[in-house]
Design a protein around this ligand. Structure first.
Ligand code: GLU
Length: 290
């Protein structure tokens, strides 16, 4: 970010359930940071997953955030309207030879991992987000790929991380306002899926493309996405996108240590509103869960 850049933050929920207190916390942090810095707050709807996202949830996101007193420019960017932007980014990566089709089902991956646990020298690695994809389809020959395509076996597109890293000729760093400068370690995530079997993009790809198109300067989001930033930094580099500053905030948790989830009906913003609390009461409620 240069000194002349206006601060732009965003809250980017997926309309796959009702927003809860944790979302209110995250949205408010983004909003307040933008306002305090004379900047702009943007709302983005992340609805690439057509099976999980619903218009009714999208509508209630608008109602909930208006009730919280937030304002944002319209029209709101809805990811499902912009698949061509993600396809263009995917093509850049594909032209660099960095993608390969992956025909694996979850079962195939599980079996491969069980197999390599029996023969530990094969080494399937554990990352912070679970087991790292063991690279089964990375080794397919062109002929094998073609046969599977001709058979109509559905495939995702994965990044060949090793190849991608061979194109990086400088150490990559990203900055988090809480933890400081971090050396990017995309290896923690492995050969991430960039286009899914059921739709032609993925969370990581869309978010990086959108943040650049919307000129986001500060990404303020939950610490559950901390490791995503290690990988997203690499994507920004490969796509030649502008760097952003991060702030991964703590997640709200129940007394027994579980994260608030969309299914916890009692702390949805809607239920809080209906219990005749006001947005001002939310501050104290949030503290109870932090
Ligand atoms: N859409 C993501 C979610 O609802 C957030 C994406 C992000 O902040 O990078 O969890």
């Amino acid at each position: 970010m240069t000194q002349t850049d206006k601060v732009i933050t965003r809250f980017a929920p997926s309309p796959s359930g009702a927003l809860h207190l944790g979302h209110a916390y995250s949205a408010k942090l983004n909003y307040d940071f933008a306002i305090e810095n004379g900047g702009e707050f943007i709302l983005r709807i992340e609805d690439i997953d057509h099976l999980r996202c619903k218009t009714e949830y999208e509508n209630s996101i608008f109602v909930d955030l208006h009730w919280l007193g937030l304002k944002w420019p319209t029209p709101v960017r809805r990811q499902s309207d912009h698949f061509e932007d993600y396809a263009a980014a995917l093509k850049i990566l594909s032209d660099k030879g960095l993608l390969y089709p992956c025909f694996c089902t979850r079962k195939d991956i599980r079996e491969e991992i069980n197999e390599s646990t029996r023969a530990p020298h094969m080494g399937s690695k554990m990352g912070p987000e679970g087991l790292i994809y063991p690279g089964i389809c990375r080794h397919l020959t062109d002929k094998e790929k073609e046969e599977k395509m001709n058979e109509g076996i559905p495939h995702a597109m994965r990044i060949d991380l090793k190849k991608a890293l061979s194109l990086v000729n400088e150490p990559l760093y990203w900055t988090d306002l809480r933890t400081g400068t971090q050396k990017a370690e995309p290896e923690l995530m492995g050969d991430v899926v960039l286009a899914r079997k059921d739709f032609p993009t993925s969370y990581h790809l869309s978010v990086v493309v959108d943040d650049d198109i919307q000129k986001i300067t500060h990404i303020i989001r939950g610490e559950d996405l901390y490791y995503a930033s290690h990988f997203q930094k690499l994507l920004q580099y490969l796509l030649n996108l502008k760097p952003v500053t991060y702030d991964h905030h703590p997640l709200l948790k129940t007394k027994d240590g579980n994260r608030l989830a969309k299914r916890d009906k009692s702390i949805t913003i809607n239920s809080i509103r209906e219990s005749s609390k006001t947005p001002v009461d939310l501050g104290a409620m949030i503290k109870e869960y932090l």
